[in-house]
Design a protein around this ligand. Sequence first.
Ligand SMILES: *[C@@H]1O[C@H](CO)[C@@H](O)[C@H](O)[C@H]1NC(C)=O
Ligand SMILES: *[C@@H]1O[C@H](CO)[C@@H](O)[C@H](O)[C@H]1NC(C)=O
Ligand SMILES: *[C@@H]1O[C@H](CO)[C@@H](O)[C@H](O)[C@H]1NC(C)=O
Ligand SMILES: *[C@@H]1O[C@H](CO)[C@@H](O)[C@H](O)[C@H]1NC(C)=O
Ligand SMILES: *[C@@H]1O[C@H](CO)[C@@H](O)[C@H](O)[C@H]1NC(C)=O
Ligand SMILES: *[C@@H]1O[C@H](CO)[C@@H](O)[C@H](O)[C@H]1NC(C)=O
Ligand SMILES: *[C@@H]1O[C@H](CO)[C@@H](O)[C@H](O)[C@H]1NC(C)=O
Ligand SMILES: *[C@@H]1O[C@H](CO)[C@@H](O)[C@H](O)[C@H]1NC(C)=O
Ligand SMILES: *[C@@H]1O[C@H](CO)[C@@H](O)[C@H](O)[C@H]1NC(C)=O
Ligand SMILES: *[C@@H]1O[C@H](CO)[C@@H](O)[C@H](O)[C@H]1NC(C)=O
Length: 567
Amino acid sequence: MLLLLLLFCFRKLSDKISNTCKDRDMHHEAISADQPFAFNCTNPPLTYGEVNVVWYDAASKAPISKDNQSRIHQEHTWILILPLKLEDSGIYLCVIKNANNCVRIWMNLTVFEKHWCDNSRRSLPNLSDDYQQILRTGPSDSLTCHLYFPETCVLGPIMWYKDCKEITETRFVPVEMKLVVYDVSAEDSGSYACAAELTHAGRAYRVLNSINVTGRVGNERRIPKIIYPKNNSIEVQLGSTLIVDCNITDSKDNTNLRCWRVNSTLVDTYYSESKRIREGIETNVSFPEHIFYTVNITFLEVKMEDYGLPFMCHAGVSTAYFMLTLPAPDFRAYLIGGLIALAVVVTSVLCIYNYFKIDIVLWYRSAFSSTKAMEDGKLYDAYVLYPKPQKESQRHDVDTLVLKLLPEVLERQCRYKLFIFGRDEFPGQAVAHVIDENIKLCRRLILIIVPESPSFGLLKNMSEEQIAVYNALIQLGMKVILIELEKIEDYTTMPESIQYMRQKHGAIQWTGDLTESSQCAKTKFWKRVRYHMPPKRFPPSSSPAAEARTLQFPSRQMETKMGLISC
Ligand SMILES: *[C@@H]1O[C@H](CO)[C@@H](O)[C@H](O)[C@H]1NC(C)=O
Ligand SMILES: *[C@@H]1O[C@H](CO)[C@@H](O)[C@H](O)[C@H]1NC(C)=O
Ligand SMILES: *[C@@H]1O[C@H](CO)[C@@H](O)[C@H](O)[C@H]1NC(C)=O
Ligand SMILES: *[C@@H]1O[C@H](CO)[C@@H](O)[C@H](O)[C@H]1NC(C)=O
Ligand SMILES: *[C@@H]1O[C@H](CO)[C@@H](O)[C@H](O)[C@H]1NC(C)=O
Ligand SMILES: *[C@@H]1O[C@H](CO)[C@@H](O)[C@H](O)[C@H]1NC(C)=O
Ligand SMILES: *[C@@H]1O[C@H](CO)[C@@H](O)[C@H](O)[C@H]1NC(C)=O
Ligand SMILES: *[C@@H]1O[C@H](CO)[C@@H](O)[C@H](O)[C@H]1NC(C)=O
Ligand SMILES: *[C@@H]1O[C@H](CO)[C@@H](O)[C@H](O)[C@H]1NC(C)=O
Ligand SMILES: *[C@@H]1O[C@H](CO)[C@@H](O)[C@H](O)[C@H]1NC(C)=O
């Protein structure tokens, strides 16, 4: 409350201080009667922020009415007389006030009678409301119609007259408040007029400017120079905001019109509905020799239809355009995308390879097997080592696998050569000798393991010689193929070396029926065994019997597709 009171006191005080108003020079306005008149009270530094503008009739010291139905009234900062009468001549005063300043603007209004195109009836010969304008001979120039009214006054299209006749020649092109004249010659000087219908509060009036045009010889330097744009393209993202300047240098006394056009239409007209693209307000900077103009064009949102359309900046006869293009695709995005695609391809290839590894390797071996014998000095492809379990059933299974199925598949079908202890040593040979002889002649060690009761370890079921073989082979660094006859739950009962091998290379678990007499080399189990066996050194066997078996037991899609896999 106290604060408000203080504020109020301060306002009063400051009003008192600023009571002394500064006077500005008198404006002289001479207008012929019977037409609307408007004058805007502006004083640039003061027009910003909160201002209070009051118009007075200086003679009566009475404020001008603010009733918009009144013939003479104030509208915002404007004094409006609709229409002028001869007795309106006189001095008018406008007081502009804000919190700290006060300015008084004086206007001497002289209304005279003049009948357009009837000079004889001029009442005040010395006075003329003619605007003096110059047309320079050359490719083009323009005249300006000075019609400035508040927004409540709606102006109709501007008509142009020369020597009291409406202009119809196509050299003359009306553009908003201007008349562009092409191919200007000396004959174009004379008495012009521009007229328009003005509507205010439902009533129509006619406004008319007389323009006395004198010709002048133009020169080449007057052709405005558009510094930017340069018929260039601009990369811009769809949907973004864009502001482009048109920068122009022109001579000091030019009357050129500067604007932005698209498809020969002013942008403000072309986009009059959406107002998405607008022309900015022209600004200028004076230099001793020339004037530098900037007029911008603002895209609130760039749309697809804007691309490839020339946006033209016009300055008199000069034109230059720019076009919008979509930005070049981001090279980094492409690179990242490419790398991701590559990674996906590589991982899927690896996955596929892992999944079909065995088939691929076996197919490769069969397709590109060398018919030459391997010259590594070895006689056997594998040394088969197996336990003699205590349990009768287990022992029977092991014997079936080792003595029947392994020879059937690996030796007969795939033509590998195995050394099976207990089958291949010559009778009567010293065991130690057999071992010594044959160890070095094998490429792989096939080790059959069966689950054991903890008290009997794997090695307990082997003869001492077998253990020696096993150790020797391991020491030689020979590749081992572990075959589990049954699922082994507890590996801790196995020797450490076997635990290690199982961890490192895994084991192949027997799948299939031990009682089945016919085994096929193309079942999953045998493929895995073959995969770990050395590449074969003999041409693939393709006995009709083997082919028949393939047809009988199509095991995998992959295989049937390739149709090539054999041992
Ligand atoms: C009239 O003057 C006011 C300030 O008094 C200004 O804001 C406005 O732009 C002027 N109008 C025209 C059309 O010049
Ligand atoms: C106003 O203009 C008229 C005509 O131009 C002139 O006769 C008169 O002296 C002027 N009044 C003032 C106060 O300047
Ligand atoms: C009025 O016209 C006379 C000649 O017609 C001229 O000498 C005088 O300067 C003019 N006065 C004004 C204020 O234009
Ligand atoms: C135009 O103005 C010039 C001087 O400024 C004058 O000599 C000429 O008579 C005027 N012409 C018309 C048609 O008013
Ligand atoms: C005139 O003023 C009244 C209120 O003062 C307003 O409602 C009306 O719209 C105005 N008319 C015009 C044409 O400005
Ligand atoms: C145009 O001129 C303005 C100065 O008025 C400058 O800031 C801008 O960079 C110029 N634009 C171009 C495209 O030259
Ligand atoms: C450009 O204007 C011409 C006629 O002035 C019109 O036929 C054409 O459709 C316009 N093109 C666009 C893209 O607006
Ligand atoms: C564009 O013109 C407007 C005036 O119409 C101005 O306010 C704005 O600052 C201009 N923008 C640039 C980037 O020059
Ligand atoms: C330069 O701009 C000012 C307002 O910004 C304007 O009054 C003046 O007429 C302009 N000058 C030219 C030569 O266009
Ligand atoms: C730009 O194009 C316009 C019209 O297409 C042409 O008149 C002008 O000479 C061109 N400017 C440049 C620098 O190429």
